[in-house]
Design a protein around this ligand. Structure first.
Ligand code: ZN
Length: 294
């Protein structure tokens, strides 16, 4: 079954929820970047979150970039999502390998470290809007909860999970973001908090075979659930040759001159996917001119 995203509200309380299943997305990212388990989990969590946040944007042209800049061994994680919830992303050190935590879980917080979470929203018109908060623990879900509270003033609960199988492939991945509007009652918030605690980790629910709808009904247990939207989402890169030129220009004038002198073709791989673009010596000369203009 392909990845899906659903949105729902509690019709009798000021609560909204988005949930996403990202197994294929996280697995595709693993294959592209050859991530080891802790990197697979960290990148997968950010992919899930960005997918839900992208889908929230109004307008077809919009995109959202989530950057997790921690001081841990993973380095920076970057994920871009479109306004439907399709994503692409990378992590600086995909081969990061850390021992499991004492509870047997992957040490995502240790691999990410401390630092900043940045969110850049580009609505396709006007200047992009950005917000940043300090990471709480590098586990991503709590970091995003802080982002929503401090940067957007929206009380939220974020659950994200990636379960890596013994063969290192992604066995389960997904998450939800539940948010309350200002007019929500204290009773509703208390019931919601109880529901979330009782529901447990999202990967455990997926592993039990629960659908996204089941998960939403569980989190909104006791409320009148109204489903608003359902759509497929996927890992999707929209790269093209002219965009990777930027990466090539950055290698420097002298390097490019050497390549031209040697009449060599060079391959440049997209940062977000496994597509390789070949540049001929003639194309390199044009790029050199571009580099000289700068
Ligand atoms: Zn690409």
């Amino acid at each position: 079954m392909a990845d899906r995203l659903i949105r729902a509200i509690a019709a009798d309380a000021a609560i909204k929820i988005t949930a996403v299943d990202t197994k294929d997305m996280a697995e595709r990212a693993r294959q592209i970047h050859k991530t080891l388990p802790v990197a697979t989990a960290a990148l997968g969590r950010v992919l899930s979150a960005a997918s839900m946040m992208g889908n929230e944007l109004k307008g077809e042209q919009g995109s959202i970039t989530v950057q997790v800049k921690g001081n841990g061994p993973l380095g920076t994680i970057v994920v871009v999502a479109d306004s439907e919830g399709n994503t692409r992303g990378y992590v600086h050190n995909p081969a990061t390998d850390l021992p499991l935590r004492e509870d047997g879980k992957l040490d995502v917080g240790g691999a990410v470290g401390r630092g900043l979470l940045m969110v850049i929203k580009d609505l396709g018109v006007g200047e992009p809007v950005s917000g940043a908060v300090a990471l709480v623990n590098g586990e991503i879900a709590e970091d995003l909860t802080r982002y929503f509270a401090e940067s957007e003033q929206v009380p939220s609960a974020v659950a994200l999970g990636v379960l890596v199988d013994r063969d290192q492939s992604v066995r389960q991945a997904g998450g939800y973001i539940v948010q309350v509007m200002p007019q929500v009652t204290e009773d509703a918030v208390a019931r919601l908090e109880q529901n979330i605690a009782k529901a447990g980790p999202v990967t455990a629910m997926l592993e039990e075979g629960k659908s996204l709808e089941d998960i939403v009904r569980k989190v909104l247990s006791g409320f009148v659930v109204e489903f608003l939207e359902e759509r497929p989402v996927a890992y999707r890169c929209s790269c093209e040759k002219k965009r990777v030129v930027g990466a090539l220009v950055s290698i420097g004038k002298q390097e490019i001159e050497t390549l031209i002198a040697e009449q060599r073709e060079i391959d440049v791989t997209c940062q977000f996917c496994d597509r390789v673009y070949q540049f001929t010596p003639k194309e390199l000369e044009d790029i050199l001119e571009l580099a000289l203009e700068k």
